[in-house]
Design a protein around this ligand. Structure first.
Ligand SMILES: [Zn+2]
Length: 234
């Protein structure tokens, strides 16, 4: 826990650097180009991450007045991921500005290991509909909403520091025992070997633990797709 914290703190200081530069890489983060204009090379075989303010269109249906975290505190990360087809694809993820660097540490490891991700689109593409996104096997972070299956609780996704990964291979069981997405019930059998399924100790789980994030797969009502900074809900 302690090393993870110090790493998070070290990279936390560099969040502003990443935003200013636009292009993120561990090298750029530790030794920013003096001119501050690192050339963006969208190498498809690298993570090729960029970080920017979130355009309003990317927050449609997912942010509204009264939400706990506003657009100014969010960032749009664009980065490549390895798909189930063995090729890389450009993805988009919206997170809180304070977690940009640790999140990119995670996805750097996930990319290097070629852990497959089905798709990575902002929740505006699904009109903020968590069920629709889960059914589409989407990987996403920010979405100002209540907990799916428990409307009395604000989801941690509202704060931009929770991420759901491969929602079909990693379903979620709500407080009433209902499986989301409903088509993913076969994946509640965690003994099987399935590409994109998160397992204790695998690259996703280990990378998340290294930044101090907690996995919902350990809960009595498991949320296998869910990781969050503070270990909170769904
Ligand atoms: Zn979640």
């Amino acid at each position: 826990m302690r090393p993870a914290r110090s790493t998070a703190r070290r990279f936390g200081i560099l969040a502003l650097t990443a935003v200013v530069l636009g292009t993120w890489s561990p090298a750029a983060a530790s030794a920013p180009h003096p001119g501050g204009s690192a050339a963006f090379t969208a190498d498809p075989l690298a993570l090729s991450a960029t970080v920017e303010a979130v355009p309003a269109a990317k927050l449609l249906d997912t942010y509204r007045a009264g939400c706990p975290v506003g657009p100014d505190d969010l960032r749009l990360i664009r980065m490549n991921y390895w798909g189930f087809d063995g090729a890389t694809h450009p993805g988009e993820l919206i997170v809180h500005k304070n977690v940009v660097d640790p999140v990119l540490e995670v996805f750097t490891k996930v990319f290097a290991a070629r852990f497959p991700i089905a798709r990575m689109q902002v929740m505006a593409d699904f009109h903020g509909d968590d069920e629709a996104a889960m059914k589409a096997d989407n990987t996403s972070a920010f979405n100002c909403r209540e907990v799916t299956g428990d409307p009395s609780t604000q989801s941690q996704h509202s704060y931009g520091d929770a991420i759901d990964i491969n929602t079909v291979e990693n379903p979620y069981v709500d407080i009433n025992g209902q499986v989301h997405p409903s088509s993913a019930a076969p994946f509640l059998n965690r003994a099987q070997t399935v590409p994109g399924m998160i397992q204790p100790g695998d690259v996703v789980h280990s990378a998340m633990r290294a930044i101090g994030w907690q996995w919902g797969g350990r809960w009595s009502n498991p949320d296998y797709q869910h990781f969050s900074r503070n270990g909170r809900s769904l």
